[in-house]
Design a protein around this ligand. Structure first.
Ligand SMILES: Cc1ncc(COP(=O)(O)O)c(C=O)c1O
Length: 462
C-alpha cells in the first residue's frame, strides 16, 4: 500500500527513531530490524495512519487527549493565526489576550467558586503547581506545618518529582528515590478488589473515604495540606468513586482544614460527558488540575484552577506565588484551547458522550461472556476491562503470565488488528479504552469486535 501522509516505504523513519529518538516510558531495547518503531504520520477523525499508510482506531485518544479527534482545521487555523499575531510572550508579570480570554472562560465553566487560573504546560506541572500552591498558601495563612499530601494507591499524577511523589505506582517511583517527603497513600476505590465490604458498594466507598481521615489522624491533621484525587482513577483501570465517596471526603477535608484537589488531567473536557469530572460526581473541589483535553492535543497546555478564597493571601502587598514556567499559557496553546472549546459547544460534544456512553458500556459488557473478562468498568468514554485467570475466584495472572499476556501477545495483536488502546499492568492487568469523543456506533462496534477476537485468542494461548 502506498504510504499515506508520509514517505516511509523503506522503514527509514523507524530506523532513525531507533538511532536518535528517546521514546517515553519505552523499552528501547524492544526495537530492532524485525520490530520497527510504530511511526504515526497522519490523523483523520478518530483514526491515525502509520508510516505504511495503515489505519488505526485511536482508542486511547493518543494519551487521553485527542477529544475532538484528528485533522480539525479550525484548531490548526487558530494556532496559525495566533502564531502570526503574537507567537510567544510569557505570563511572568505580563498577560496576553488569549490567556485572559481562556482564563475567564474556564472560570465560567468550573464548579462552584473556582475562578482563578494558573496556566502550566501540561499535567505534571499542574499537579506540581497545586502542591507548591498548597504549601505556600498555608505558610501565608499561618499554618506552616501543613506540607503533606494524601493520594491513592496505584494512582498516576505525573512524573516530575513532586507529582511523582503523589503518584502511587511503586515501579515508577523506586528508580528515582528518595522522592519528596510527606506523600501518604490510602486505598483506592476498586470495588472489584475490595478488601472489605465486598458486597456493599456504598459501605466500601465510605470505608475508603474514612481511610483518608484515618491517614490524616495518623499523620496529625495539622501537617496535611491537601488530598489529591482523580474523579475516576485512571491507573489500575478506570476506578470509579462509589456513591457518597466524594461527599464524605469533602466533609473530612472540611473537618480538618485540608484542601481537596481534583486532578482532572484526564477527566475534564468531556471524557466523562461533562466539562469537569467533579461535576459528574457532584462534589466541590478546592483546586482543579487540568491539561490534555483542554486543547484536544493540538498544542500543549495545562492549568491549576483555584478560587478567590484561596488566592486571597496572594492578592495583596508584596506576596507572590514564586512559581512559573516559560511556556505555561503559551499564546498559541490558549488560542487552540479557545477554538477547542468552541467546537465542544457548537457540536455539543459533552451531550454526545452522555448520549453514546450507554452504547459504549453495553458493547464492552457484551464481552463479559469471555472467560478472561473479570470486570468491565468506567463512565463516559473512559472504560477498562480487568482480565482474570479465574472469573469465580477473581484470581489474577502471575507477573510472568501478565507479561506474556499484555506485552507478549495482546498489545501487538490489538495493534496488528488496527486498534490502539492500552494493555496495562500498573495494578492488575487491564485493557483501557478512552477513544476520541466524536466516536459513534461504528467505532464502538469495531472496538468490541476486535477485543473479542484478541481476548479469545489470548485465552487460547495462555
Ligand atoms: C491524572 C493525571 N495527572 C497528571 C498527569 C501528568 O500529565 P502530563 O503527562 O501532561 O505531565 C497525568 C498524565 O497522564 C494524569 O493522568
Amino acid at each position: 500500500m502506498a504510504p499515506v501522509g508520509g514517505t516511509d516505504g523503506d522503514n527509514s523513519l523507524s530506523e532513525r527513531a531507533q538511532r536518535h529518538l528517546w521514546m517515553h516510558f519505552t523499552r528501547l531495547g524492544g526495537y530492532d530490524a524485525k520490530h520497527e518503531v510504530p511511526v504515526m504520520v497522519r490523523g483523520e477523525g478518530a483514526y491515525v495512519f502509520d508510516q505504511h499508510g495503515k489505519r488505526y482506531l485511536d482508542g486511547l485518544s493518543g494519551l487521553f487527549t485527542s477529544q475532538l479527534g484528528h485533522g480539525r482545521m479550525e484548531l490548526a487555523e487558530a494556532a496559525a493565526k495566533q502564531a502570526g499575531q503574537l507567537a510567544y510572550f510569557p505570563l511572568w508579570t505580563y498577560a496576553h489576550p488569549r490567556a485572559i480570554e481562556l482564563a475567564e472562560r474556564l472560570a465560567g465553566m468550573t464548579p462552584g467558586d473556582l475562578n482563578r487560573v494558573f496556566f502550566t504546560s501540561g499535567g505534571s506541572e499542574a499537579v506540581e503547581s497545586a502542591w507548591k500552591f498548597a504549601r505556600q498558601y498555608f505558610k501565608l495563612i499561618g499554618q506552616p506545618s501543613r506540607t503533606k499530601v494524601i493520594s491513592r494507591d496505584i494512582s498516576y499524577h505525573g512524573t516530575t518529582m513532586g507529582a511523582l511523589s503523589i503518584t502511587g505506582v511503586p515501579p515508577l517511583k523506586t528508580p528515582f528515590e528518595p522522592l519528596v517527603a510527606g506523600s501518604i497513600k490510602v486505598p483506592n476505590t476498586n470495588f472489584y478488589r475490595a478488601p472489605v465490604h465486598g458486597d456493599d458498594l456504598e459501605a466500601f466507598g465510605l470505608w475508603a473515604a474514612d481511610e483518608i481521615e484515618r491517614a490524616m489522624e495518623r499523620e496529625g491533621p495539622e501537617t496535611v495540606a491537601a488530598v489529591f484525587l482523580e474523579p475516576m482513577q485512571n491507573a489500575g483501570g478506570c476506578i470509579a468513586p462509589p456513591p457518597g465517596y466524594f461527599q464524605r471526603v469533602r466533609q473530612i477535608c472540611d473537618r480538618h482544614g485540608v484542601l481537596l484537589v481534583s486532578d482532572e488531567v484526564i477527566c475534564a473536557f468531556g471524557r466523562l460527558g461533562e466539562w469537569f469530572g467533579s461535576k459528574r460526581y457532584d462534589y466541590q473541589p478546592d483546586l482543579i488540575t487540568v491539561a490534555k483535553g483542554l486543547t484536544s492535543g493540538y498544542a500543549p497546555l495545562g492549568a491549576m484552577i483555584v478560587s478567590d478564597r484561596l488566592a486571597e493571601p496572594f492578592l495583596h502587598g508584596d506576596s507572590n506565588f514564586t512559581h512559573g514556567f516559560t511556556f505555561a499559557g503559551h499564546p498559541v496553546s490558549c488560542a487552540v484551547a479557545m477554538a477547542n472549546l468552541d467546537v465542544f459547544e457548537k457540536e455539543d460534544i459533552n451531550g454526545h458522550v452522555r448520549r453514546t456512553e450507554g452504547a459504549f458500556r453495553a458493547g464492552l459488557q457484551s464481552l463479559e461472556d469471555l472467560p478472561m473478562v473479570g470486570d468491565v468498568r468506567g463512565d463516559g468514554f473512559f472504560y477498562a476491562i480487568e482480565l482474570v485467570k479465574d472469573k469465580v475466584t477473581r484470581e489474577s495472572f502471575t507477573d510472568e503470565e501478565g507479561e506474556f499476556l499484555l506485552r507478549g501477545y495482546m498489545s501487538g495483536a490489538l495493534y496488528e488488528a488496527g486498534l490502539i488502546c492500552r494493555a496495562d499492568d500498573r495494578g492488575d492487568p487491564v485493557v483501557q479504552l478512552s477513544p476520541p469523543l466524536i466516536c459513534d456506533q461504528p467505532e464502538i462496534d469495531f472496538m468490541v469486535e476486535t477485543l473479542r477476537n484478541v481476548l479469545s485468542e489470548a485465552w487460547r494461548r495462555i
